[in-house]
Design a protein around this ligand. Structure first.
Ligand code: ZN
Length: 119
């Protein structure tokens, strides 16, 4: 596997420390500070990339899910799933949130715990 950018940067920093002499001490110190800053910026971008990858996966899952949802009786259903439904239609349409409707304690129509919708 190829070395990561952070590993390369760490090696460069370690290598530069061995080159330090009285004449180039100040220059190397500045260079090391720049490299540390660069490493922090890289870490931030790496974390951002990971967060975006998670978001893409989440959206892909929702897109795939949207194709399988069936609207019936004012609610959504996932045929063949362990929890087929009913799910809240307004929450899905407005925010792409899949909220399982909770049965009413008194035995009436189930309702959404998020928006209180009752199909
Ligand atoms: Zn709802």
């Amino acid at each position: 596997m190829a070395r990561g950018f952070d590993e390369i940067l760490r090696d460069v920093i370690a290598g530069l420390r061995t080159l330090e002499t009285l004449r180039n001490r100040e220059f190397l110190h500045e260079l090391l500070l720049d490299l540390v800053e660069l490493e922090q910026a890289w870490r931030h971008l790496d974390e951002r990339a990971a967060a975006l990858a998670r978001r893409v996966a989440e959206l892909e899952e929702k897109t795939a899910l949207a194709g399988r949802l069936v609207e019936d009786d004012g609610a959504l259903w996932r045929p063949g799933n362990e929890e087929p439904g009913p799910y809240c239609l307004p929450c899905w349409r407005k925010d792409r949130k899949l909220i399982l409707l909770s049965p009413a304690p008194t035995g009436g129509q189930p309702s959404c715990s998020r928006c209180r919708h009752r199909p």
